[in-house]
Design a protein around this ligand. Structure first.
Ligand SMILES: Nc1ncnc2c1ncn2[C@@H]1O[C@H](COP(=O)(O)OP(=O)(O)O)[C@@H](O)[C@H]1O
Ligand SMILES: [Mg+2]
Length: 261
C-alpha cells in the first residue's frame, strides 16, 4: 500500500512552486522529505492533503483522494501542520481529544492520555495549551494527530501520519523520542511521510528520503543513496562532505565539515 503523488504542480499567486513532482510513500516505512528553506516541502505536503490548489493526482492506499469524502480521509490519515495556532484557551487534553473527533468512531476513551504519554507529556492534560513552550505545543499537536489514527492498521488498511517538521523545535532527547515513536508506527504497518530539516536524523530513521530543490525532486531513494556529497552540496548551496563509516553503516554530515562556497 502506498501514498502516491503524481505530477503535482502548484502555484501560489503567480509563482509556480511545484513543477510536476512524483512522490511515493510506502506503508511500513518512514519517508523523509528534505531540502532547503522555501524549496516546496510544505507546499507538497499541503497538496497531498488538499490544502493548496494543485494539478496532478494523489492516491492513498490505491484510491484517488479526490474521490474520497472528508471523513474517509480523516479516518486514514492524520496531518501535523508546520505551525498550528489556537485562538481559544483550550487545555492540552482538549486539544488532543480533537483528534478523536476527526478519527473513526469507537476509539477508546483512554487514547488521548496514552497519546500524551507517548509524546512525553504525562500530566500535562490539564494545562492551558497556550502556556506550553513551543516544543511542548508541537508534541501536544503530535499527540492530537496520533489520537486520530492511533492504530496503524485498521481493516487491513494502513493509516498515515503526514508530518511537517515534527521534531523541528524539539531538544535532542525529545527528537529521539518522536523519531522512535514514528519508527514504531511504521514498524506496526502504518505509513509515515515527514518533512524533516535534520539530515542525520532522517538518514538514521527514514527508509527513504526525497530531496526537493526549487519545486523539483533532486534525488530520492534509500538514505545512503541520497546522502551524497554532490547531491547535498547542490541542494543546500554549500560544500558538504558526507561520512559513512562502515562500522556505522549510516551516512552523516556535520556542519563543521561544510565549507561555504
Ligand atoms: N502563502 C504564501 N504566499 C506566497 N508565497 C508562499 C506562500 N506559502 C509559501 N510560499 C512560497 O512558496 C515557496 C515554498 O514554500 P514552502 O513549501 O513553505 O517551503 P518549505 O520547503 O520551506 O516548506 C517559498 O518560496 C515560499 O515563500
Ligand atoms: Mg515548510
Amino acid at each position: 500500500m502506498t501514498l502516491q503523488a503524481r505530477n503535482i504542480q502548484a502555484c501560489i499567486g503567480n509563482t509556480k512552486i511545484l513543477h510536476g513532482i512524483n512522490f511515493t510513500g510506502h506503508a511500513g516505512e518512514i519517508t523523509a522529505i528534505v531540502g532547503p528553506n522555501g524549496s516546496g516541502k510544505s507546499t507538497l505536503l499541503k497538496a497531498i492533503t488538499d490544502e493548496v490548489d494543485f494539478t496532478g493526482h494523489v492516491t492513498l492506499n490505491g484510491q484517488d483522494t479526490a474521490t474520497m469524502k472528508p471523513w474517509q480521509l480523516a479516518a486514514l490519515r492524520g496531518v501535523l501542520p508546520q505551525a498550528a495556532t489556537l485562538a481559544f484557551p483550550f487545555t492540552v487534553i482538549e486539544v488532543v481529544r480533537m483528534g478523536l473527533l476527526s478519527g473513526i468512531s469507537g476509539a477508546r476513551a483512554d487514547v488521548p492520555e496514552r497519546a500524551l504519554n507517548a509524546v512525553g507529556l504525562d500530566g500535562y492534560g490539564g494545562r492551558f495549551y497556550q502556556e506550553l513552550s513551543g516544543g511542548e505545543q508541537q508534541r501536544a499537536q503530535l499527540a492530537r494527530v496520533l489520537c486520530q489514527v492511533w492504530h496503524p492498521v485498521v481493516n487491513d488498511a494502513p493509516r498515515w501520519l503526514l508530518l511537517d517538521e515534527p521534531v523541528a523545535s524539539l531538544d535532542i532527547g525529545h527528537q529521539l523520542l518522536v523519531m522512535h515513536l514514528i519508527r514504531d508506527y511504521a514498524s506496526r504497518g502504518g505509513g509515515v511521510v515527514a518533512v524533516m530539516h535534520d539530515l542525520n536524523l532522517s538518514a538514521m530513521f527514514a527508509d527513504r528520503m526525497a530531496i526537493i530543490l526549487e519545486g523539483n525532486i533532486l534525488a530520492s531513494g534509500p538514505p545512503n543513496k541520497v546522502m551524497q556529497d554532490d547531491v547535498l552540496s547542490k541542494a543546500y548551496g554549500c560544500n558538504l562532505r558526507v561520512n559513512t563509516p562502515p562500522a556505522l553503516g549510516q551516512s552523516f554530515v556535520l556542519p563543521h565539515l561544510a565549507i561555504h562556497s
